[in-house]
Structure formats: C-alpha cells, structure tokens
Design a protein around this ligand. Structure first.
Ligand SMILES: *[C@@H]1O[C@H](CO)[C@@H](O)[C@H](O)[C@H]1NC(C)=O
Ligand SMILES: *[C@@H]1O[C@H](CO)[C@@H](O)[C@H](O)[C@H]1NC(C)=O
Ligand SMILES: *[C@@H]1O[C@H](CO)[C@@H](O)[C@H](O)[C@H]1NC(C)=O
Ligand SMILES: *[C@@H]1O[C@H](CO)[C@@H](O)[C@H](O)[C@H]1NC(C)=O
Ligand SMILES: *[C@@H]1O[C@H](CO)[C@@H](O)[C@H](O)[C@H]1NC(C)=O
Ligand SMILES: *[C@@H]1O[C@H](CO)[C@@H](O)[C@H](O)[C@H]1NC(C)=O
Ligand SMILES: *[C@@H]1O[C@H](CO)[C@@H](O)[C@H](O)[C@H]1NC(C)=O
Ligand SMILES: *[C@@H]1O[C@H](CO)[C@@H](O)[C@H](O)[C@H]1NC(C)=O
Ligand SMILES: *[C@@H]1O[C@H](CO)[C@@H](O)[C@H](O)[C@H]1NC(C)=O
Ligand SMILES: *[C@@H]1O[C@H](CO)[C@@H](O)[C@H](O)[C@H]1NC(C)=O
Ligand SMILES: *[C@@H]1O[C@H](CO)[C@@H](O)[C@H](O)[C@H]1NC(C)=O
Ligand SMILES: *[C@@H]1O[C@H](CO)[C@@H](O)[C@H](O)[C@H]1NC(C)=O
Ligand SMILES: [Cu+2]
Length: 565
C-alpha cells in the first residue's frame, strides 16, 4: 500500500465525528422519540437526501437493561411510508410492534405516529433496530445495547469502555430509486458505492479522510466493541490491524469466548468482542469488505482508525490483510466456532425431539419477462423463494387479517418440505427447476411445540449464502455443512450440548444449516433472508404460532394507534 506524505498529513487531520465511546455504563431510558425525517448528507463528494431518525446517521443508540420494557414514539415527518423493526427482540405475545410491512403492520404513513412498546426478556448484549419497509433500512438503523442487571454481571472482564461499530452500505443514488429500478428491469440492483464504519467510508474513498471514524485507546485497557452488520446485501469480513480480538457474544446472547484475527458477520447479526489495547502504541486500521461468491458486488474496502493515545501523530498504519472476498470457509468457519456460554441463570434448552421437522430449500429463481428483455439470466426476471414459494406481500397485514379473522389475505398451507426433490447442489440445476410458484402462505405451529428447520441452499440459477433471520425468536444453530443435507448422516454431528442461540444465521453457499426452537411466542412472525435484494425478490415466509390455553400463552390485543391500511 503506497503511503504518501500527503496521506500521512491527512491522518493527523482526522477528528472524532459520529463516534460514540461509552465509558462503562451509559444511562438507560424507557422512552424514546424517533422522528423520521429527510436529511441532507454528503458522502463521497456528493450530496443527497436520506431518510433518518432524528437527523442522525447511523440512528440513535437505544440503551436498556435486560428485561426492560420501553416505548418508542415513531413520528413519520417524512414524505414516504416507514416501519421500524426491533431486530432480535422477542416481544413476548406482542407481535404488534415487530414492524415488517404488510406482515405485522401497515406502514406508518407520512404525518402519522405509532407508539411502539418494545418488551425485552432474556436478550443480553447487542441487538439493533432498523426500518422494515422497502429499502429504507439502508439509512434508518441503529444499535440496541442491553446491559446486564448489575454492572459486574458481565461474564468477562468489565470493559473499560464500550464502542458500537455499525457496518453500513452507501449508494450515491437514492436507495428507493435503486430498488424500483431493479424490480422494474428484472436484473440485479446497482452495486453500492461504499461500505461504511459508523456512517463513514474511510480514507480509501474520495472526500472521506476528514471524517473517518477514529477510536482513541489507552494502552493496557480493554474495550468492548458492539458490532452490528447493517449492510444491505453482503456478508462482511472485518479485521483490526495488529490485534486479535476475543468474541464474547452474538445476537443478544453470550458466547464461550474465543480468539480470532478476523470477524465474519452477516447482515442482521451482531457480534460483541473484546479488544485489548496491548500492542505497540501506534495507529492501526480497522477494515471491512464484502464476502461474495457470485454476481455483482461492491468490491471496495471501508476503514477506520484505532489510535493509541500515546501514538506518534504521523505513524502510517498498514492495511490489515482481510480474507479474500470469495473465501467461503473463512466466512462459514467463523460462525461455526460459536458456542453458547453456559450460565446458571440462563439454562440451555435445545429441543431434543422436535415435533415439527421442516425442510426449507432456499433458491434463486427466474420468472418469465413479459417482453423477454429483462436484465435477469436469459432475459428473464430474478426472483427468490423458500420451498419454491416466492412470497407475494398482501395489501393488509397478515397479523391484522389473522387477529380479525379476515379471509382471503393468506393461505395456511406453506409446505413443510420442497414440493419437488432434486439434487439441490448439483453443478447445473436444469432451467425447468428455476421457475418458482408465487403465493402468500403461512405455516401454523402449535403453541409450545418444538421445531427443527433444515435450511438447504440450492444451486438453482446460482448458489449463494443466505443469512436467515427469524422474528420473535432466537434459535439454536445445531449443525451446518456443505452439499445436500443427509438425513441419516448429518444429524449425528449436531451440537445439542452448547449450540449458539442466534436470530440470524448464514446458510453457506450450496450447503445447509439446521436450527431448533420452541414455539412459545404466540403471534405472526416473519422468516426471511436478510440480504435485502433477496427479500425484495420474495425469499420469505411467515409462521403463525397459535395461542395456547392459559392467558399467559395468548397474544395481547393491538395498541390503539396501530397503523391501518
Ligand atoms: C453539498 O453540501 C455541502 C454542505 O452540506 C455544501 O457545502 C456543498 O456546496 C454541497 N455540494 C453540492 C454539489 O451541492
Ligand atoms: C406525533 O409525535 C410528535 C412527536 O414527535 C408530536 O409532536 C405530535 O403531536 C404527534 N402527532 C400525533 C398526531 O399524535
Ligand atoms: C444504475 O447503474 C446504471 C449503469 O451505471 C445507471 O445508468 C443508472 O442510472 C443507475 N441507477 C440508479 C438508480 O442509480
Ligand atoms: C420490457 O420489460 C421491462 C420490464 O418490465 C422494461 O424495463 C422494458 O422497458 C421493456 N422493454 C420493452 C422494449 O418494452
Ligand atoms: C493472532 O493470532 C494468530 C493466530 O491466529 C497469531 O499468529 C498472531 O500472532 C496473533 N497476533 C497477535 C497480535 O496476538
Ligand atoms: C477486488 O479488489 C481487489 C483489490 O482492490 C482485487 O485484488 C480483486 O481482484 C477484486 N476482486 C474482484 C472479484 O473484483
Ligand atoms: C477466489 O478467486 C481467486 C481469483 O479470482 C481464485 O484464484 C481462487 O481460487 C478463488 N478462491 C475460491 C475459494 O474460490
Ligand atoms: C449432486 O450434484 C453434485 C454436484 O454436481 C454431485 O457431486 C453429486 O454426486 C450429485 N448427487 C447425486 C445424488 O446425484
Ligand atoms: C415450483 O413451482 C412451479 C409452479 O407450480 C412448478 O412448475 C415447478 O416445478 C416448481 N419447482 C420446484 C423446484 O419445485
Ligand atoms: C404473483 O401472483 C399475483 C397474483 O396472481 C400477481 O399479481 C403478481 O404479479 C405475481 N408476482 C410475481 C412476482 O410473479
Ligand atoms: C412447554 O413444554 C415444556 C416441555 O414439555 C413444559 O415443560 C412447559 O411447561 C410448557 N410450557 C407451557 C407454557 O405450557
Ligand atoms: C403507504 O402505505 C399505505 C397504507 O398501506 C398504502 O396505501 C400506500 O400505497 C403506501 N404508499 C406507498 C408509496 O407505498
Ligand atoms: Cu438470501
């Protein structure tokens, strides 16, 4: 990396902007105002107007203590629809605040408000919130920090300071224009122009050096980094130069600590890790770039700085060597190291004999173009599916239709197995198998029944990783592998002892992943791929967990200001 004199001089001009270092505990709050507004922002030498919460990008951090209930008044002061999702917060019996548009609610229209009650239960560590309507989540997102009840309750060294690091993605164009363009032409979305660390691209991009995020550290101190991947379309590799880190948590649950010299993180996931500032007091880069195996992707690298307080002001840091962008093992093996931390007050309850055994194929698809000049493969239009069902969003929310017993909004027969068995991962899947069905179907689950889902990635059109996210639950990730899932052989290697408890897990390219959970949260809950282009193409389905018999096992009624269509 050719470091020039000019570059070195620029480094000393780096100043702290949009940085947020929390020394030990920050105040927790039970009430937040989220004003959704259009705000001008300048990045990469160009101005545009983005949707933000309270004018901030990334949006405000929410601070709570485990088990808290908070109220967030979302006031839509912008000119477009919005919904807000509390990613990883289970919200027991209360899907009304969950957020995905036309699944649990209709959008909050311009000029209207929605007071969202957010109920935390056993989540601990870091989660996040984001828009769950069209592509607004590109700029409408922020961290959720969940402190333990007592300051010394951390199952690791109490950190000297805590730093949210949010990975993001930036288009110079308006993101809604990018969305409507690729839905119209049937092809892939335009690549983004940059990745971001805490809202800033970093010095490898034009007009970005000044505002690069910088973390100043004291030698010998231990920092807790609370990382959120808010990127829209790619799993990310992240690395800090000259330091290894200790991973201690993910997706709002603790992990058995392990050391790594890089991070792989899916859109939707959070990872908490400790950084011990014990190296030569100098300057180091953090850097992140995409992991991608196929298709177009943004091949740029975002950076930020770590500077020891005693560092000489002009030491030029080397760029840390990130894994290759196509390094599938570096991506899959990282998450495979996750094991839940056993704690007395947090029992591990992996369902051992799940009563619902589901097998879901995840496919890229093509559908015919009306005029054969669409920009997908062979002039067709891209689509995506779960068990060959491309999800067609209804006009009113599934939750409202379910609660009020409105017929004709959705069907109740989402298949538990793919309609057609084939060699899911064969090198070339015949084109006849690329065309999906199009439907709006849910799958019912009995209250307190146990569920296993084997996600099988297919090579239809082309294989790609799918970070699958379930609303309303965390699930145990008990196994994963490459190729076709083998029902006789593979379950023997399941981890039923200390599997990680996650809400988002990447199914590796042409591979499979098995999750298990107990269906103890009644309501309407979305399951989807967290790559934004895949959800736009229909890779989602919905579970309805029926009410149980006791009052504590039934869904709560809707709030008075619940948005209507
Ligand atoms: C972009 O906005 C900045 C201030 O926000 C302003 O100084 C600059 O002139 C604008 N540039 C363009 C091209 O509009
Ligand atoms: C919506 O919330 C805002 C606070 O951001 C408040 O000023 C306004 O009065 C509320 N509007 C309605 C209709 O409740
Ligand atoms: C997408 O990229 C194409 C080709 O560079 C360009 O013509 C088009 O304007 C872009 N669309 C948007 C919404 O930025
Ligand atoms: C064909 O359809 C696509 C998608 O609907 C559209 O973008 C394109 O302009 C159409 N082409 C012609 C020649 O009509
Ligand atoms: C980080 O771990 C790698 C092995 O994974 C080791 O080679 C390297 O020396 C370690 N670096 C530091 C700074 O501890
Ligand atoms: C991505 O960029 C790196 C360096 O900037 C380059 O070496 C690599 O070939 C690029 N990869 C792809 C797939 O374009
Ligand atoms: C990644 O891409 C490089 C060059 O594009 C290629 O040489 C290498 O084999 C690829 N690695 C994997 C794991 O596919
Ligand atoms: C499925 O396809 C893979 C990849 O082409 C091949 O290695 C495997 O033998 C096939 N399996 C069967 C049962 O045909
Ligand atoms: C998907 O559904 C379509 C429409 O019903 C059907 O033609 C096709 O064979 C199905 N494909 C698979 C792989 O199940
Ligand atoms: C799915 O089917 C509905 C109703 O038949 C239709 O309106 C819609 O355009 C279809 N969507 C896709 C992506 O094919
Ligand atoms: C759910 O099932 C488990 C195991 O059978 C049982 O221990 C528990 O009491 C049940 N919970 C409820 C609320 O019924
Ligand atoms: C906004 O939401 C309302 C209510 O669902 C809907 O009727 C309207 O079409 C939406 N507007 C846009 C631009 O999507
Ligand atoms: Cu996907």
């Amino acid at each position: 990396m050719g470091t020039t004199k000019t570059l070195i001089l620029q480094f000393s001009a780096v100043f702290l902007l949009h940085s947020e270092v929390i020394y030990s505990y920050a105040m927790t709050h039970h009430h937040y105002n989220f004003d959704v507004v259009e705000t001008p922002y300048n990045r990469l030498c160009s101005n545009k107007t983005i949707l933000t919460v309270n004018g901030q990008f990334p949006g405000p951090t929410i601070y709570v203590t485990e088990g808290d209930t908070i109220v967030v008044v979302v006031a839509n002061k912008a000119t477009q629809n919005i919904t807000i999702h509390w990613h990883g917060v289970k919200q027991p019996r209360y899907p009304w605040s969950d957020g995905p548009e036309y699944i649990t609610q209709c959008p909050i229209r311009p000029g209207t408000n929605f007071s969202q009650k957010i109920e935390f239960s056993d989540e601990i560590g870091t989660l996040w919130w984001h828009a769950h309507s069209d592509w607004s989540r590109a700029t409408v997102h922020g961290a959720v920090i969940i402190y333990p009840k007592k300051k010394d309750d951390y199952p690791y060294h109490v950190p000297y300071a805590q730093i949210p690091i949010i990975l993001g993605e930036w288009w110079k164009s308006d993101v809604q224009a990018v969305l409507s363009e690729f839905l119209e032409n049937g092809g892939e979305p335009n690549n983004s122009d940059a990745f971001l660390i805490n809202g800033q691209p970093g010095y490898l991009y034009p007009c970005s050096t000044q505002d690069t995020f910088k973390l100043t550290v004291d030698h010998g101190k231990r920092y807790l980094i609370r990382m959120v991947n808010a990127v829209m379309n790619t799993i990310m590799f992240f690395k800090i130069g000259g330091h290894n880190v200790t991973i201690v948590g993910s997706d709002g649950a603790y992990l058995k600590p392990f050391t790594s010299d890089y991070i792989a993180i899916s859109p939707g996931q959070t990872i908490d890790f400790l950084l011990l500032a014990d190296q030569n007091p100098s300057r180091y880069y953090m850097a992140a770039r995409a992991y991608a195996v196929a298709g177009n992707f943004d091949n740029t690298t975002t950076t930020a700085l770590i500077e020891y307080r005693s560092a000489a002001p002009d030491t030029p840091p080397p760029l840390p060597p990130l894994p290759e962008s196509n390094d599938t093992l570096a991506s899959a093996d990282f998450t495979a190291k996750f094991k839940i931390l056993t704690q007395r007050n947090r029992p591990i309850n992996v369902p051992l004999n799940p009563s619902n055994k589901l097998f879901f194929t995840l496919s890229m698809n093509t559908i015919p173009c009306s005029n054969s000049t669409c920009l997908g493969p062979f002039g067709d239009r891209f689509s995506a599916s779960v068990n060959n069902q491309t999800f067609n969003l209804p006009r009113i929310s599934i939750l409202e239709a379910y609660y009020k017993g409105i017929n004709g909004v959705y069907g109740g027969d989402f298949p538990g197995r793919p309609p057609l068995a084939f060699n899911y991962t064969e090198a070339i899947v015949p084109r006849a198998l690329w065309v999906p069905d199009n439907s709006t179907k849910v799958r019912y689950l009995d209250y307190n029944s146990t569920v296993e889902i084997v996600f099988q990635g297919t090579n239809a059109v082309r294989g790609v990783d799918h970070p699958m996210h379930l609303h309303g639950y965390s699930f145990y990730v008990v196994g994963r592998g490459f190729g076709n899932f083998d029902v006789k052989r593979d379950p023997r290697n399941y981890n039923l002892v200390d599997p990680p408890l996650m809400n988002t897990i990447a199914v590796p390219v042409n591979g499979w992943t098995t999750i298990r959970f107990r269906a103890d949260n009644p309501g309407v809950w979305l399951l989807h791929c967290h790559l934004e282009r895949h959800i736009s193409w229909g890779m989602m389905m919905v579970f309805i967990i029926k009410n149980g018999k006791t009052p504590a096992a039934k869904m709560d009624p809707p709030p008075p200001d619940f948005p209507r269509c």
